[in-house]
Design a binder for this molecule. Structure first.
Ligand code: PLP
Length: 494
């Protein structure tokens, strides 16, 4: 299997795509062809442990890795560090849905599913291509990716990791998780700007030949752990197969039945992994793209126009979805355009120059055949957290609540009774204050007092990874302007 660039550049192997992150032409790497899983192969996953399901999927998407390499990487990633043996359990979420819980890893959000594995894939890829330089990972985070990347790369030999986050744009727990990170190869820098500024700044560093030269001089090579890296996407495909196998196992569906997934979406990585699972043969019905007030994707899926000309950026209680430029959408556009790299190049140029583009009607039809979309505002998120606790005794974080509310609205509007899965992306304790306020109507004190109160109110326990945060020393306090990110990296390396 080869990987193509969405902007038409030369094809490479999966390991090269992972090593590079972004294609040299600025495009994203996508599979030139998809493996196909037969019904029998999917049914065979039912009795498997998560690690075995991961091997079944990864070995087909990453044919240039040998079996032993993949098994070792998977065991390293999912062997310990998760607080639940199933790794990604499916639970009942009220009368009309299940929830796929992706937050049992070390940083309590779904980013761990991929970022626990990516360092292995990246160092293996480096070895395959004779890379002797230190692989230097630059990350822009809206909150959860940063800590998950720092945790994944922490003291991994031959790697270094630098995270940029929007100053004041992440929750208190997310902030403390990042700035208390230890290790000899980690850097954390606040950017005076929002997530899009941080992401744009990182992209600019990646496309700066001077910077690459300086890194090379220092014995370093840049790579990305953002969801533009194919190595982030592949591990996410696994859990859609895993969820389907679990639903089969408990008799909630029969082999071949379609399942809808409602995915709380920001950079379009998580939902695109479901799309790729479908392309690889998983019986998926509708992919429901759920957004918060930053609802550019809702409008795009409904109208075919992606327009950020006059769109305000909203800071919400689901900060990991506070994004206006959704990077992975480019991969979907490439597919919808019939793999027309020149056309994608043109759309992306429009987006950066005019801040707006419209896709052809044929592309929009193809999009709407597989996707539905909706959004909820802040009050809607809080109401859904309260409702889920009151009616179903389920404690949801704000991101999961977005997916849940949008799914319920979709089901009411369309009458679609296809079995449905809410993708649950973070522990409620990662956003303790917002969750407590939603179910009790008031908050007092900081995030940590709120977590205690939430624990007492609901009879659930505060995860260790949160409880110990206030005791840890702050190790990172660099701040930079959004136009000075490259210099901030050089300073950090000095
Ligand atoms: C990153 C994140 C999302 C959005 O996922 P994308 O792949 O960026 O669409 C949703 N919820 C949580 C908790 C996240 O950390």
């Amino acid at each position: 299997m080869q990987m193509l660039s969405t902007r038409g550049g030369a094809a490479v192997t999966p390991s090269m795509a992972i090593l590079r992150g972004l294609a040299p032409d600025g495009g994203l790497y996508v599979p030139a062809s998809f493996p196909t899983f037969t019904a029998a192969e999917i049914e065979a996953m039912v009795p498997m442990r998560y690690a075995e399901r991961a091997f079944a999927v990864l070995s087909r998407f990453l044919p240039d890795f040998d079996a032993q390499e993949l098994r070792d990487a998977i065991d390293g990633a999912y062997g310990s560090g998760f607080d639940c043996a199933q790794i990604a359990p499916v639970v009942k979420a009220g009368p009309h849905a299940h929830a796929l819980e992706l937050w049992h890893g070390p940083t309590l959000a779904f980013k761990d599913m991929a970022l626990q594995l990516l360092p292995y894939l990246l160092t293996l890829s480096g070895k395959k291509h004779g890379e002797t330089r230190e692989v230097f990972i630059l990350v822009a985070t809206s909150g959860d990716t940063g800590k998950a990347a720092l945790e994944g790369f922490l003291d991994v030999p031959g790697t270094r990791c630098c995270v940029f986050y929007p100053e004041g744009g992440v929750s208190r727990a997310q902030y403390l998780q990042m700035v208390t990170t230890g290790g000899k190869n980690t850097h954390v820098i606040a950017v005076r700007g929002n997530f899009d500024d941080a992401q744009t700044g990182v992209k600019r560093i990646f496309s700066d030949p001077q910077f690459a030269k300086e890194m090379d001089r220092q014995g370093r090579v840049l790579s990305s752990a953002n969801s533009i890296n194919f190595g982030r996407l592949v591990p996410q495909i696994v859990y859609y197969f895993s969820a389907y196998a679990d639903l089969l196992g408990e008799g909630a569906i029969r082999m071949g039945d379609a399942v809808n997934f409602s995915v709380p979406t920001g950079n379009f990585g998580d939902i695109l992994a479901a799309d790729y699972a479908q392309k690889a043969g998983l019986p998926v019905g509708k992919l429901i793209c759920a957004s918060n007030e930053n609802n550019v994707l809702t409008d795009f899926i409904r109208t075919g126009t992606y327009d950020i000309r006059t769109r305000a950026f909203h800071r919400t209680i689901s900060p990991s979805m506070d994004i206006l430029i959704s990077s992975n959408l480019e991969r979907l556009l490439f597919d919808l355009s019939g793999r027309d790299g020149a056309r994608i190049q043109e759309l992306m140029t429009r987006l950066s120059q005019d801040k707006v583009y419209t896709i052809a009607p044929s592309m929009l039809d193809a999009l709407r055949a597989r996707y539905a979309a909706g959004y909820v505002d802040e009050a809607g998120i809080r109401a859904e957290i309260a409702r889920a606790w009151r009616d179903d005794h389920i404690l949801m974080d704000p991101h999961t609540a977005v997916a849940s509310a949008v799914l319920r609205e979709y089901q009411q509007e369309t009458g679609d009774s296809t079995p449905s899965v809410i993708v649950s992306t973070a522990s409620p304790y990662k956003f303790g204050a917002a969750v407590l306020e939603s179910i009790s109507g008031s908050v007092s004190g900081d995030d940590f007092t709120c977590c205690q109160a939430l624990s007492e109110l609901t009879g659930t326990s505060v995860p260790d990874a949160i409880a110990r945060l206030p005791q840890l020393p702050v190790r990172h306090n660099a701040v930079c302007d959004k136009d000075a990110m490259a210099q901030a990296v050089l300073d950090a390396l000095r």
